[in-house]
Design a protein around this ligand. Structure first.
Ligand code: COA
Length: 170
């Protein structure tokens, strides 16, 4: 498996992959995550170095993106999502490799922390913990322990109200 930065020619394949990863068998509508992804590419919070893909034998099988979010409007953090792995390639370590890559790049660039909204069982294994008890408050506190944070520095986490990049709408 090869992990690399996204290039513009990947966009259409990434979109199709995102649709398949988040497909709802009970609906013919395009998943909201695919729409969100398109909007993230053209928003202020888009950071090309945090859009990464996984390739196996030249085929794109996974994608993850982190964009710029803000704590109290002035402390920059990264917000991960969406993360998509081709259904036929799930549970083979692709998601883990994509998340590791984003974390390593973020740490290298001196980012303070990464937040995400996800299953605590899955993301706990990467060191993410509940963000609200740590003082990072999302716009919707009902997210509870699903709103998670990973501290990338040796310093205590900054506290405040977190807002994702604008297309998230939260
Ligand atoms: C969630 C997702 C990104 C994980 O990627 P993946 O490549 O399948 O995950 P990995 O192979 O790296 O890790 C697999 C492990 O995570 C666990 N896992 C995977 N998805 C999980 C989930 N939604 N909740 C809890 N655990 C999960 C598996 O049980 C497995 O554990 P095991 O190794 O002990 O059996 C992928 O399944 C996916 O694209 N799902 C659909 C879209 C989605 O929900 N994206 C995440 C929200 S943005």
């Amino acid at each position: 498996m090869k992990i690399r930065s996204e290039v513009p020619a990947d966009r259409q394949t990434i979109r199709q992959l995102t649709v398949r990863a988040f497909a709802d068998p009970d609906s013919h509508r395009e998943p909201g995550e695919a729409v969100l992804l398109s909007e993230l590419y053209s928003c202020d919070g888009y950071l090309p170095e945090y859009s990464v893909v996984a390739e196996i034998n030249g085929h794109l099988v996974g994608h993850a993106i982190a964009t710029r979010g803000w704590l109290d409007g002035d402390i920059p953090l990264l917000g991960i999502g969406p993360v998509s792995v081709e259904p036929g390639h799930q549970r083979q370590g692709v998601g883990t490799a994509l998340l590791d890559e984003i974390r390593n790049r973020a740490a290298k660039h001196g980012e303070r922390a990464i937040v995400l909204l996800g299953n605590p069982e899955y993301y706990g294994r990467f060191g993410y913990g509940p963000a609200i008890p740590a003082g990072i408050i999302p716009s919707d506190p009902s997210w509870g322990d699903y709103f998670m944070v990973l501290n990338l520095s040796d310093m205590p986490l900054p506290k405040g109200n977190f807002r994702y990049a604008e297309p998230f709408g939260v």
